[in-house]
Design a protein around this ligand. Structure first.
Ligand code: F3S
Length: 394
């Protein structure tokens, strides 16, 4: 791979040991995937933040590099942590867990990483532009930025995203290249999608079927950004889809070549089968919305549904701190809390230790959460649309 003189200096250790170590990782990745050069990036999003995911080895690694005055070179956001960073005690997160989680957060903060702790950075002040090169690692955010915004990122791992943030560079391969962004399977949707959970179910099925291909959807007449984030998150979770195109909706769809592709048709029957498959529980102990993190529109719609009611089972809405502040200001948080629900910021149902908080059956409307909850959190799942889930808590 071609390296500039400045990049050679990093590799020779002239910019310090940490940069050298992390840049070496980027060079190795570039060599493996046949990158021709390094490219500058506009922003980074780092995953691997929850103590539940990275444990002691990850915590010690971060403390070590942050103690060496290492600073990020570009705007860098963080994926959700394992708990609400402000209300963890009130919400019942274990104290030992909290102590370790805060060590991780402090290490990131020392490196200049913005403690946004969200998987929807694009709703919280980190909005890339069309065709901007970025290095993001949360799979749902990667899918959204590539597909809905038309920015360009590979699905980075936690360490390679951190390396990109510290060096301000990423190797030029994969989805950074236009020719690698072409669709290779067509999905013809023959049914109406109404709820966000319909998009989650469709995404789950497509991800399972196409694995890491790039789907080109036809037949989806309309979708708002919440529905697109549900679709992409589920495809990235059940498969490894990092980019999709939707005819008439996403920005690169008209620019790609979709002629002669293998076509998979999905109708009502296939969708019903997925709802059945994702349901392993009957009565939820808790209903958790916000995978990916809820937008203000989603919070306000749940707020309207629970206003004036008394919930028999708790509802959590996972979101970013920024959305929570807007929700507080609009009075939504107050209405939701009066009903017996909580807005939980900075974390989510998958990366927080909900299995140690007395929950065994979780209700979700997210295909991604339904995919991960049984394995990561030992939960049985009730997968349904927002109306049915709210009804189950009353
Ligand atoms: Fe976000 Fe957690 Fe879902 S990180 S995409 S809310 S699993």
């Amino acid at each position: 791979m071609y390296l500039t003189k400045d990049e050679e200096k990093i590799l020779n250790g002239e910019m310090g040991e940490v940069q050298e170590r992390l840049f070496r990782l980027l060079v190795r990745l570039g060599d493996i995937y046949g990158a021709d050069k390094m490219i500058p990036i506009g922003s980074v999003q780092v995953a691997g933040v929850s103590y539940k995911s990275i444990g002691d080895p990850g915590t010690e690694f971060l403390e070590d590099i942050s103690s060496k005055e290492t600073k990020v070179k570009v705007l860098t956001y963080l994926n959700p942590a394992g708990m609400d960073l402000e209300d963890w005690d009130k919400l019942g997160f274990p104290k030992d867990f909290a102590k370790n989680q805060l060590r991780i957060i402090n290490a990131f903060k020392r490196m200049g990483i913005v403690i946004t702790t969200t998987c929807t950075p694009y709703l919280a002040g980190n909005l890339p532009r069309f065709r901007e090169h970025i290095a993001w690692s949360e799979s749902s955010a990667v899918s959204f930025s590539n597909s809905v915004i038309g920015a360009r990122t590979n699905r980075e791992g936690g360490p390679s995203a951190l390396a990109a943030a510290i060096c301000g560079l990423t190797p030029n391969y994969g989805l950074h290249l236009w020719e690698k962004r072409q669709p290779n399977v067509r999905i013809k949707v023959n049914t109406n999608l109404v709820y966000n959970s319909d998009f989650g179910a469709l995404g789950y099925l497509v991800g399972k079927t196409v694995k890491n291909k790039i789907p080109f959807f036809t037949g989806i007449k309309n979708a708002d950004t919440d529905q697109l984030k549900s679709l992409g998150a589920a495809m990235a979770a059940s498969g490894a889809v990092a980019l999709y195109h939707i005819e008439g909706l996403t920005p690169e769809a008209d620019l790609t070549n979709d002629k002669g592709l293998e076509t998979i048709e999905i109708g009502k029957k296939e969708m019903n089968n997925i709802y059945d498959k994702l349901n392993s529980g009957e009565e939820p102990d808790v209903v958790i919305f916000g995978c990916p993190h809820a937008s203000l529109r989603e919070i306000s719609s749940i707020c309207r549904k629970v206003e004036g009611k008394k919930l028999k089972k708790p509802i959590w809405i996972c979101t970013s701190r920024l959305m929570k502040e807007a929700s507080d200001r609009m009075g939504y948080t107050n209405i939701i809390e009066k009903a017996g629900g909580h807005i939980v910021a900075d974390t989510c149902m998958v990366v927080s230790p909900i299995e140690n908080m007395g929950f065994n059956v979780t209700g979700v409307n997210s295909g991604k959460a339904a995919n991960y909850l049984p394995g990561f959190c030992k939960q049985k799942v009730v997968f349904a649309n927002i109306d049915k889930l709210v009804e189950a808590t009353l």
